[in-house]
Design a protein around this ligand. Sequence first.
Ligand code: GLU
Length: 339
Amino acid sequence: MANPRLHVLALGGTIATRPDASGAMQMGLGADDLLAAVPAVGGLAEISAETVSRVGSHSLSFDQIHALASKIRGLKADGVIVTQGTDTLEETSFLLDLLLDLNIPVIVTAAMRNPSLTSPDGPGNLLAAARVACDPWVRAHAHALGVMAVMLDEVYAASDVSKIHPTRLNAFAATQTGPLAALVEDRIVPMSLPVRDAIAGARAKLGDLSKASARPVAIFWMWLDEGGGLIEALLADPGHLGYRGAVIGAMGGGHTPERATETVYRLARTIPTVIAPRAGGGPLLRQTYGGPSSEIALRKAGVIWGGRLHPVKARVLLECCLRAGMSREAIAEVFDPFG
Ligand code: GLU
């Protein structure tokens, strides 16, 4: 049987850096350079490659990822690998997951150690991503798996993967669900299939976003003794900053400080506002605690309940909902199945 056709799309990131004259690492390598460092990939698949950009993922935009999704939809390939920086991989992969509904593996990978260091992880991660994309189990379950992230010989669902460390090699994890599969010797060992009903439901409601324009979403983190001053600054002139929606990184099962209660209620009346767990993911409470800034009161006040999504992923989903022109009620229906 012919080898699968794999298309590699390089965006930039540490995996694509090279030293400048001062020794500082700069974005510079393209897709062909990345592939040249891993000749073994050529034995697995028929490879085509494209350098989309040479930027750090900290500078990518929602619009760039929408354009990338359109490009991926138009490819004639049996699998797609996106290489990028690690900083926003948990967001970009989730956005691709919301935008793409494909029967081929789509994998995002990156590197923590740059090519000038001893034992950089980029080549190994790219080879691992190619092996995962070519694996028969992965290909047979590609639709059920959704977009995946492959880092350090583990495969994660885009909806669950988080960057949990700024510098170390094992910087990625799916803290709620664990990996979907692991690479060991020359095998991909499947471990689980993700539950994707909420994502499929969201995708169906979002529809085609290819012509819609960006809708900035703010995140407000709640913490000890937070009075809501930044939210007040937004409310003083809601149009000025341009935010069309907000995510609140709430404490515990969905709580905000009592002294900020009225401010949070007013924010929720002004722009669609989603509560997401500051703990980084996991289902929120809905009906346990009383009091003015408890989950019961916040839900009654019209704050949208974000469920188990990490606040940065809730922000990605809210941006999509706003792009789609959804009402507050429709947005709440998208988030509700996330728990
Ligand atoms: N901040 C850069 C980026 O996200 C480099 C970090 C990385 O790739 O690990 O692209």
